[in-house]
Design a protein around this ligand. Structure first.
Ligand SMILES: Cc1ncc(COP(=O)(O)O)c(C=O)c1O
Length: 295
């Protein structure tokens, strides 16, 4: 990483020091949350599942009819170049693609070219504790018929509101039910429960982001010999699970040890969660799953 922490940020083909990395107040990403993004991590010189993240970015963009104007390969090269410019091996990477600059008004036709931003800087996993406390939020996850959570858009107010609620109740994370009351996901993580050695997670069409950490954890769990089931989970099942954990690029894998005052399992990270966490640490630095920065 560069020493003076003046990280270089990519914006539309150029690199700017962090303090000078600015975009227009007329950018529709700001005015309307009109855009998509990805959050990725690099570990020990390997960008974990970069191709999968770029595929998801392009799927999000297609869904909102946003032409990124670059090939996937070009986007990949920009990410790698940003990491190299910052001399980084371990980083949290953010790709942001907005509708671009245009006059007021949601009409996307007025934005002639997207704004593309890539940031790469160090970031610790977001939860500092070994196990966290969460609450089932009163805020429901956006239904797929309103804004499908599979689209990783710049519209995160639904998630932010759930997080605000959790913090105001003195707990670290919010677990959002979907419109039908089934467990969907946490504010920025997917969720898993363990019951009788079986691993259960909500299906993608329950209205969740198809998390890349989630997919990785499913593969790891199967490889470790666990049965993994994707099905709806009720709040009752959540309270009565043996173990609960959440997964995401920023958080990585985090055990949940208390939900709405109910102690989960014996109140500490469970053995299945621990095994998965251990394997995940091996997988995310394995070049087989990622793209080397300095190839
Ligand atoms: C709403 C939501 N769910 C789940 C996740 C986890 O996805 P991933 O594992 O791809 O980081 C994220 C990540 O930002 C998210 O925002």
């Amino acid at each position: 990483m560069v020493k003076n922490a003046e990280y270089l940020i990519y914006i539309n083909g150029k690199f700017y020091p962090k303090s000078e990395a600015k975009i227009s107040v007329y950018d529709h990403g700001l005015l309307y949350g009109d855009g998509v993004y990805e959050a990725i991590r690099a570990y020990k010189g390997v960008v974990f599942k970069l191709k999968e993240h770029i595929d998801r970015l392009f799927e999000s963009a297609k869904s909102i009819k946003l032409d990124i104007g670059l090939s996937k390969k070009e986007m990949e090269e920009i990410v790698i170049e940003t990491l190299r410019k910052n001399d980084s091996k371990d980083a949290y990477i953010r790709i942001i693609v907005t509708r671009g600059v245009g006059p007021m008004g949601v009409d996307p036709r007025n934005c002639k070219k997207p704004t593309i931003i890539v940031i790469a800087e160090p970031r610790e996993p977001i939860f500092k504790k070994e196990g966290i406390e969460a609450m089932v939020s009163s805020i429901r996850r956006t239904p797929i018929w309103a804004l499908d959570p599979r689209i990783k858009s710049l519209n995160y107010l639904n998630n932010v509101l759930a997080k605000i609620e959790a913090l105001s109740y003195g707990v670290e994370e919010a677990i959002m039910p979907n419109e039908h009351g089934y467990v969907a996901e946490a504010s920025t993580e997917n969720i898993f429960i363990v019951k009788n050695n079986k691993i259960i997670t909500p299906p993608v069409n329950a209205g969740i982001l198809k998390g890349i950490t989630r997919d990785t954890v499913i593969d790891i769990a199967k490889e470790l010999g666990y049965e993994v089931v994707e099905r709806n989970i009720t709040v009752h099942e959540l309270f009565n699970a043996d173990e609960v954990f959440v997964t995401g690029t920023a958080a990585e894998i985090v055990p949940i040890i208390k939900i709405n005052g109910r102690i989960i399992g014996n109140g500490s990270p469970g053995p299945v969660t621990r095994k998965i966490m251990e394997k995940y640490r091996e997988v995310c630095i394995d070049p087989k799953y990622g793209t080397p920065i300095y190839g």
